[in-house]
Design a protein. Structure first.
Length: 608
């Protein structure tokens, strides 16, 4: 048995638990092998000294260590209770049976809730490292690229399944790579909330699952230099394809309430550190991120700021508690309008918090999100959730505004296209508001601002089928901006002097009929669209980032290349090669020396 605790700081190049400043694993932080760290429930002194010297937050590290020991006490007492009652032999038999129960439990749920067959989905995420606000020492890393995660889910009649990520793009010079154990183990955290919430999750589930993670990809790198400190950045996005495939299967089987249009991509994720308000070396890892909007299902809207698919307990925490732990005062915490994807049932809205640095020294922070692309697509006509953006402000003049009682940026960044924060800080402030949601460590002075924006979930179904009363409610709760009620939902509405919206159902129905005619007028038959798209592919009419992404996938997988060419009816001599794109090329000839690693037995099937 084992337990998991998130730590505030890992001792990596930059403060926090997930860093972006390094491009190789040698800056990922404190690395610990499996070892004995205590005797008779007391930590060894060398372990305490070593660990405290390796992280910025020793007080919290020791608290986590005590928590882990308390967890061991709980497990040991339960095991001893069973052995006293039934004997050691019965306990050993029980331990094996629990694993077998895990295998049967997964298979029974798959057989009951899904349809056998193959389901193919894909996810992407941007890696915008060329920007000046991404400071890295490795020249190969100064590249804007895209991570690619195609997933072929094969559900078998006996309830076993195969998850094949053939065609995934290559690992990169960033910290978003994932070891195969991280990739597979993280999936079960999510499965216990979706596919198998009533079953036991243990090694038994592995025995009913076959993973294929091709060697050299971002989810199974073949180079021991690769960084992994922020693997969650693409793990959550990469798994979105899996949930969409499962939801398609649920829908086909009639389990409409189990459908999940997709996951909110957690990020942004506030990280940073320095000297806090208590004068201590400190780091922050804001677990507000555990409360994002959830995807819509086939019968209702997603939940607002309620959960993160990677965490079974959605709790953003009280503002007062975070302010005790961090030198970051809250100027506001608000529902993020329009962050949930549009649809017959909309995705749940995310939320935002505006933080002001206060009474800190040597303070740094950085952004960790995806802003140029979206991995959280909707289903069956539903829209994706909103992409990300960053807002930060320096030399704000807030110290003087507070002293004289002037207005402050408290109300929330409700409409980023019509920003409000800038009206309540000095006109000469240095403001960064753009889609560059990945940055590295940057300096923040007291009274500087940082917006932490947590995402919404994607929608389900055609937005033109949404109930007018639901649109009216969203407008009055400020979950939806009026411009998009008309533009996306075809809603015709009025607003009275008190600001209350009323949607006219009859006029909305008439407007929607017009929108459907407009759709037909600009529609293109699939055959014609594919013909045009094929010409674009033949002529390589795509951005360098898209071509580079596919080039790394093609280089790693003959099968993926062959199927791509067959689908688009491309000539045999058509190719896209990395060396032809004028971008930094790396990794092709630097394979991991497997003889340096100890033998490890695993039930996860990965390509060697």
């Amino acid at each position: 048995m084992g337990g998991v605790t998130h730590v505030i700081d890992t001792g990596s190049v930059t403060p926090g638990s997930m860093s972006t400043g390094q491009t190789q694993r040698f800056g990922d932080g404190y690395m610990i092998t499996c070892r004995k760290t205590g005797v008779n429930d007391e930590p060894l002194r060398d372990w305490l000294h070593e660990s405290q010297r390796s992280v910025r937050t020793p007080k919290y590290w020791i608290l986590d260590e005590k928590t882990r020991i308390a967890g061991c006490h709980m497990i040991r007492e339960l095991v001893e209770e069973v052995i006293r009652a039934d004997g050691l032999e019965a306990y050993e038999k029980f331990a094996y049976e629990v694993i077998e129960e895990g295998r049967r439990g997964l298979q029974s749920r798959i057989k009951a809730m899904t349809l056998p067959g193959k389901y193919r989905k894909v996810s992407f995420v941007d890696v915008p490292y060329k920007h000046d606000d991404v400071q890295v020492s490795n020249a190969f890393a100064k590249l804007d690229s895209i991570m690619h995660s195609p997933c072929e889910m094969t559900i078998k009649p006996d309830g076993k399944w195969r998850l094949d990520f053939e065609g995934a793009s290559r690992w990169g010079w960033h910290t978003f790579n994932a070891h195969q154990v991280a990739f597979t183990s993280g999936i079960w955290v999510m499965m216990c909330q979706t596919l198998v919430p009533t079953q036991r999750i243990n090694d038994g589930a592995y025995f009913a699952t076959e993973f294929r993670l091709p060697k050299g990809t971002w989810c199974n790198p073949d180079d021991r230099r690769t960084g992994h400190a922020y693997a969650w950045h693409f793990l959550v996005s990469g798994w979105a394809a899996l949930w969409r495939g499962l939801s398609q299967s649920y829908f086909s089987r009639g389990y409409l309430e189990e459908v999940n249009a997709g996951n909110a991509n957690t990020s942004n994720w506030l990280q940073g550190g320095g000297i806090n308000q208590e004068g201590e070396i400190h780091a922050v890892n804001s677990f507000e991120a555990s409360s994002c909007g959830t995807g819509a299902c086939a019968v209702k809207d997603g939940l607002n700021h309620a959960a993160a698919i990677w965490n079974p307990e959605g709790d953003m925490g009280d503002i007062e508690i975070w302010e005790m732990a961090e030198p970051l005062l809250y100027l506001g915490r608000n529902v993020k309008a329009n962050s949930g994807g549009y649809g017959k049932y909309r995705g749940g809205c995310g939320f935002e918090t505006l933080r002001m640095v206060w009474n800190a020294q040597d303070w740094t922070m950085f952004f960790m999100g995806n802003g140029f692309m979206n991995s959280d697509w909707g289903m069956m006509g539903g829209y994706p959730s909103a992409t990300g953006y960053r807002f930060e402000a320096h030399k704000t003049g807030l110290e003087q505004r507070i002293a004289i009682g002037d207005s402050l940026p408290l109300g929330g960044d409700i409409d980023p296209s019509n920003p409000d924060f800038e009206r309540h800080i000095d006109a000469t402030a240095e403001v960064k508001r753009d889609k560059q949601c990945i940055t590295t460590e940057d300096c923040y002075a007291n009274h500087d601002l940082y917006l932490n924006y947590l995402r919404g979930g994607p929608g389900f179904g055609d937005p033109l089928d949404r109930d007018p009363k639901a649109i009216e409610a969203d407008l009055n709760q400020k979950f939806l901006l009026p411009e998009y009620a008309l533009k996306v939902y075809g809603a015709v509405f009025t607003q009275n002097g008190k600001g209350v919206f009323t949607v006219d159902a009859a006029k909305t129905q008439a407007r929607r009929a017009e929108v459907r005619k407009e759709r037909l007028a600009r529609a293109l038959p699939t055959r014609e669209w594919m013909k045009e798209e094929r010409e674009r592919i033949l002529n390589k009419h795509a951005s360098v980032q898209v071509q580079h992404m596919f080039a790394t996938s093609f280089a790693l997988s003959e099968k993926f290349t062959r199927e791509f060419k067959e689908f688009w009816n491309l000539p045999a001599d058509w190719h896209v090669r990395e060396e032809d794109l004028g971008v930094p090329s790396y990794g092709a000839k630097h394979r991991m020396d497997l003889s340096l690693l100890p033998d490890v037995t695993t039930v996860v099937q990965v390509e060697e």
